[in-house]
Design a protein around this ligand. Structure first.
Ligand SMILES: CC(C)(COP(=O)(O)OP(=O)(O)OC[C@H]1O[C@@H](n2cnc3c(N)ncnc32)[C@H](O)[C@@H]1OP(=O)(O)O)[C@@H](O)C(=O)NCCC(=O)NCCS
Length: 173
């Protein structure tokens, strides 16, 4: 998947780059120009896109393999913020790049961003990646325990099936 290499890298959250074998992968803020790649990755993974568009990528990150002319988008992750609470969403790593630590790296980067923005309480919905998130400190929660801000998201109220797991992590400041 090709995309432009625009956007800023956050050195504190990412050390700018990760060596994956012999290659360098960067994690940076998403921009509206990333929308096509974001939508494609979400579509391929069967994750919700109906409530997203170029304007909603403000708190999204993309992982990419830089290229001379074009970069390749390998993964994405997003946040929907509501003061001190946020929904972590839209985590996808492209099929060919899974199991090399990129998923964990994206979660860690978005948690760092959330922390910087004053978020203390992170929630997410997942259909079958609950073990992955458990390994990163997320706990299974009942749907009734979700705060209104999370309940009112389209992901919670309609786009994710009722059988999706709801998980939460309280962030250390
Ligand atoms: C979940 C996902 C992002 C993980 O990305 P990744 O880059 O492969 O993850 P990492 O390489 O950082 O971590 C790999 C570890 O997580 C585990 N893991 C990955 N996906 C998993 C899943 N769906 N369920 C359980 N464990 C999973 C691997 O077994 C591996 O475990 P190990 O380190 O003990 O061997 C990726 O599988 C994906 O894009 N899935 C489709 C979309 C999705 O389910 N997103 C989550 C909902 S928002």
């Amino acid at each position: 998947m090709q995309g432009t290499a625009s956007g800023s890298v956050k050195p504190g959250q990412d050390d700018a780059a990760m060596k994956n074998g012999s290659e360098t992968i960067i994690v940076r803020d998403a921009s509206q120009n990333d929308w096509r790649d974001v939508r494609q990755l979400l579509d391929e993974a069967g994750l919700p896109v109906a409530d997203l568009g170029p304007q909603q990528l403000v708190d999204f990150l993309v992982a990419e393999r830089p290229g001379t002319d074009q970069s390749e988008t390998l993964g994405i992750i997003g946040l929907q913020r509501f003061d001190q609470t946020a929904l972590l969403r839209s985590l996808v790593v492209s099929q060919d790049d899974r199991n090399s630590g990129l998923g964990r790296r994206l979660v860690s980067a978005v948690e760092a961003n959330a922390c910087c923005a004053g978020v203390k309480d992170l929630w997410l919905l997942t259909i079958d990646a609950e073990r992955f998130f458990e390994s990163l400190g997320y706990k299974m929660m009942s749907r009734e325990s979700a705060p209104d801000s999370i309940r009112n998201t389209q992901e919670f109220s309609g786009l994710c099936p009722d059988g999706a797991y709801l998980m939460r992590k309280v962030l250390d400041p």
